[in-house]
Ligand binder design. Sequence first.
Ligand code: ZN
Length: 456
Amino acid sequence: MTVYELEHLWRPEGFVSPAWVDVDASGYITTLGDSPPSARSERVAGVVVPGVPNLHSHAFQRAMAGLAEHRVGQDDFWSWRQAMYGFVERLGPEDVEAIAFQLYVEMLEAGYTSVGEFHYLHHDLGGEPYESPHELAERVVAAAHRAGIGITILPVLYAASGFDGSPPRAEQRRFATTPELVAREIEHLTRVWRTDPNVRVGLAPHSLRAVPPPALSEVLSAARAIDPRAPIHIHVAEQALEVEASVVARGRRPVEWLCDSHAVDSHWCLVHATHVTPAELSAIAQSGATVGLCPSTEANLGDGRAPVLAALAAGVPFGIGSDSHVSVSPTEELRLLEYVERLNLQQRNVLADELHPSTGARLFAAAVAGGARALGRPIGALTPGGRADWVVLDTDHPSLAEKPLERVLDAWVFCNHGSPVRDVMVGGSWVVRDGRHRERDAARSAFRSALARLRG
Ligand SMILES: [Zn+2]
């Protein structure tokens, strides 16, 4: 048991200054109070906030960030996807692990303490299972373990190349799975990692276009049989074309179809949900599902503008993800949510209101609560029973110095002058100190070697 004296602890209802927190040997917070304990404590200067859950990641895509910014004819999501398929042709298991390791180190240094890994790269270069069929999932979890980030690993079902149910195409061979294979992977990972409180296993049917209705029902029952509360993530309504194809194939829009056809509940995370009607937003709100917003990737891919203001008004919980990792910064994701609305409405502080006048605090509070719910782990709130996953903001940093406490989150989110993230703890262990991850050099060197191999 270690006791920490936190100079300023941020909670959605206000600051506790100071706060004393007991963390047990398994990395859980056991008590939290505002009076000094009898035991000796370690003092933590600055502002302590919950670590941010990053609810949507495709780790391998970190290595192609920056390589798809040259125009190729009519350039959109679909041409980007073709470039990504070309990249996937060359990735080996060692590359996958090295890329994920670098990415997770970057996430921790930026203030993310947990990740939802939407894991869809399963097979070898020829599309055949590896000798251990769970090779690549294990590589990704190993990278998370080494970096010290919490992970919800979500094996992906990818069973079709379109709404007509055609089988995956040649360039999708490394993703192609069946409900049975996915269930086996969930079972395997659950068995191997069941005693590690930093690991959770869920399920990700890739999207309605990649999972025909019978396969979706089958994989949901299989996952529910293994873990009735497992997180379930799905890409939905990211692209206008996908909405049109859904209407043609199923007579309904994607979110409409999903909420009508399945018992979508608070264990679900609808990733993107960019193209939704007010009726679909209220269906999501009623279901209790979280929406996974990935604004930097959605902007990069030209997906469309997510209806954040309408989602907030409808009471839809949301979290953020860095998805394709053109950016690995929780504050950039939050800032973009607000800025897109400002540009659209020609107003300021659009996502704040009378009850929540601080835009930064409102977005931050929503993202940590929604992210925790989506990842199915006791994170996102520094309370007894929760994981000791926190970020210490340096109040001497030029972005935060001499600011009143109630402006600190606004300054962190909106002042982009270098990161004030000084220290990061995950499950009771310090993984970042003075802005530097303990394995930064090792991660960079392995990443660089992987990039050199991939360049060939
Ligand atoms: Zn995605």
